[in-house]
Design a protein around this ligand. Structure first.
Ligand code: ADP
Ligand code: MG
Length: 614
């Protein structure tokens, strides 16, 4: 047989490798920003157009490149950052693989201008799909400007796979934040489609955080400071009372590099244990400094996951450092901390001249109502009772008198079809009880009906929201005093994306600034104290999962609202609410499943029960 193995031509090898390095425009942004940092720049400008699909440009004032280096930098495995394998154990740079520029040049139109401090003139190179188009001498400022145009121009499948400009822009912003946070001493500016997104003068870490996440962040930060032989821990955690429903601001940096570490994240959560409610997420900006020899950043091609030599020790140190700092903060004369979470109004009362009377805004809320009663869990639906009950207005009319007693459902058939709501004769359930604050149990002709309260309510709310959105007839309650809610710039941009759908479910917005949103009206099922939490949840869901078209956006919105606002396991429901919920569930189009495709109820027939008595 003839030999059939061939070495791939460089440009093909580069294209294949590019698949690893460049997943989306944000990956290019990351590589270019890191190269600029490695080149000791003190001022870096990022310019993008159309979510980075048309243009990504990074201009730096770093060391630049000689004309030979400029040409070489686009070769695979061409790097100035390491020379031998041992250097991998003493890395002080972001890059070291010498792959990024070669990969990027294989799948885009690239133009580079660069000059070193010693040279009087610089170099201008154009490369398209790994092919050098031109290399000329040029009069350019010291430093490097990298322009990456028409990403994936020669791989249509990858180009088509890209998400909307807004989504890609969001990913770019995330990368930008990570690099900008890791290097507060460098000044950054960021332009999108011709206008400035943010301008960050050189600063210290705390101020950089505040520059990016907004003025409000400052008061939330608790500093960390611990130096041991293994690690130096600095940075900030956010005070427990500012924990959010969404995972928003959580950053680890190891030796000035943004990293992800589920293990260390767990250490942080451990330190916050008992200080925040389950399901809430603390914010943190934690910098770890370790000996470069004890850290392996090689395990992941995009390099956000790292391996520490002694993770267990690190875990322990981190946890105790945070605990210590939180403890110190706690003894400080701050009354905030012991406050009931629900009293912590999510918006700024102090900005209002008439703050005292505005307490009446949330009249349903009484923090003392439940204390000392038999509600051992301390967890109740009380703060949102207003919204919850409003769902069941008019219920009385629908229900037969209570003294009718157990009324059995008429419909015949087997398990799942028994509740087919198309059956006209369906009767309302009237007697229910709650089992373990989780299930609602009722009787039916064939035996017993067991409903998962949380899933059932999700289904009810989901269909209601969908309907509201489709018929554009959301019921909104006007707020007496508009709320001014604070968000980060990133969150605000997501909010703008989904604003129309939010209005469709009943939110009414006033002014939106880069960091605040004025909320003038909310859907009836949302109470004022829940607004911030609900909006945070919505934003975080949209951050995690990207809605492609307007239908899926609406669907996702309805699901998130349903999930966030539904009664949860552990909540006590009075009998009226139980009955209402059951009847509403079976009035749904798809009562058997939650919006997340989980069973909402099950039945146990008399035969099932009989069998147990054999
Ligand atoms: P790596 O960063 O892993 O070394 P890259 O492909 O990103 O690989 O870059 C190749 C080389 O090009 C770098 O090692 C560096 O010498 C040079 N280089 C890239 N970008 C810049 C820049 N902005 N300023 C100066 N030199 C640069
Ligand atoms: Mg690099």
């Amino acid at each position: 047989m003839a030999d059939i193995i061939r070495l791939l031509p460089d440009h093909v090898a580069n294209q294949i490798a590019a698949g690893e390095v460049v997943q989306r425009p944000a990956s290019v942004v990351k590589e270019l920003l890191e190269n600029a940092i490695d080149a000791q720049s003190t001022d870096i400008k990022l310019i993008v157009k159309d979510g980075g699909k048309t243009l990504i440009q990074v201009v730096d004032n770093g060391i630049g490149m000689s004309d030979t280096d400029a040409r070489l930098s686009f070769e695979r495995h061409a790097t100035s950052k390491i020379q031998k394998a041992e250097d991998l154990f003493n890395l002080h740079t972001k890059g070291f693989r010498g792959e990024a520029l070669a990969s990027i040049a294989a799948i885009a139109h690239v133009e580079m201008m660069t000059r070193t401090a010693e040279d009087e003139v610089g170099t201008h190179i154009k490369i398209e799909g790994s092919k050098v188009i031109s290399q000329e001498v040029a009069v350019v400022p010291k430093g490097t400007s990298m322009m990456v145009k028409n990403l994936f121009f020669n791989i249509p499948a990858r180009r088509n796979f890209l998400k909307s400009d807004q989504v890609e822009f969001r990913h770019i912003t995330d990368e930008f934040h990570r690099v900008a946070l890791a290097h507060p001493q460098v000044s950054f500016s960021f332009y999108n489609n011709g206008s400035e997104v943010i301008n960050l003068p050189a600063n210290d870490f705390r101020k950089r955080i505040v520059q990016i996440f907004g003025r409000k962040t400052n008061e939330k930060l608790v500093p960390l400071n611990e130096e041991t032989q293994v690690v130096k821990i600095t940075g900030y955690v956010q005070k427990p009372e500012f924990a959010k429903k969404s995972r928003g601001e959580q950053f680890f940096f190891a030796n000035d590099r943004f990293i992800k570490s589920p293990y260390l994240h767990h250490a942080v959560l451990g330190a916050f244990e008992g200080l925040i409610k389950p399901g809430m997420h603390p914010g943190y900006f934690i910098c770890l400094e370790v000996d470069p020899a004890t850290i392996d950043i090689n395990i992941h091609p995009t390099k956000t996951e790292v391996k520490f030599d002694d993770e267990h020790t690190l875990y322990a140190y981190l946890k105790s450092t945070i605990k210590h700092s939180l403890g110190q903060f706690n003894v400080a004369p701050s009354l905030d901390f012991e406050k009931d979470q629900n009293l912590e109004t999510p918006y700024d009362f102090r900005d209002k001249a008439v703050s005292l009377p505005s307490i009446t805004v949330d009249s349903s809320f009484n923090p003392f109502e439940k204390s000392g009663t038999n509600n051992a869990s301390g967890y109740s639906r009380q703060p949102s009772a207003k919204g919850w009950e409003s769902m069941y207005h008019g219920l009385e009319r629908k229900l037969p008198q209570r003294d009718i007693g157990i009324l059995e459902m008429e419909s015949e058939g087997i398990n799942n079809t028994i509740f087919d709501t198309s059956v006209e004769t369906q009767e309302s359930v009237t007697t229910t009880f709650q089992l373990r604050k989780k299930y609602i149990v009722s009787t039916i002709k064939s035996g017993m009906l067991i409903i998962n309260q949380s899933r059932a309510h999700q289904r009810v709310l989901y269909e209601r929201f969908l309907k509201n959105i489709t018929i554009k007839e959301a019921v909104s309650q006007q707020l007496l005093f508009p709320l001014n809610l604070n968000f980060t710039r990133g969150e605000i941009s997501i909010l703008k994306e989904i604003k129309e759908s939010l209005c469709a479910v009943g939110f009414v917005f006033g002014d939106i600034t880069p960091e605040t949103v004025e909320v003038k009206g909310v859907p009836v099922v949302v109470t004022e104290s829940e607004v911030q939490m609900v909006m945070e949840q919505l934003i975080s869901d949209f951050q995690m999962e990207v809605a492609e078209d307007s239908f899926s956006q609406v669907d996702m919105l309805a699901k998130t609202l349903a999930k966030t606002l539904s009664v949860k396991t552990g909540e006590v429901l009075d009998e009226r609410s139980q009955v209402g919920l059951v009847n509403d569930l079976f009035a749904c189009k798809e009562s058997a499943l939650s919006p997340f495709n989980k069973r909402t109820y099950t039945t146990i027939t008399e035969t099932d029960i009989d069998r147990k008595f054999i």
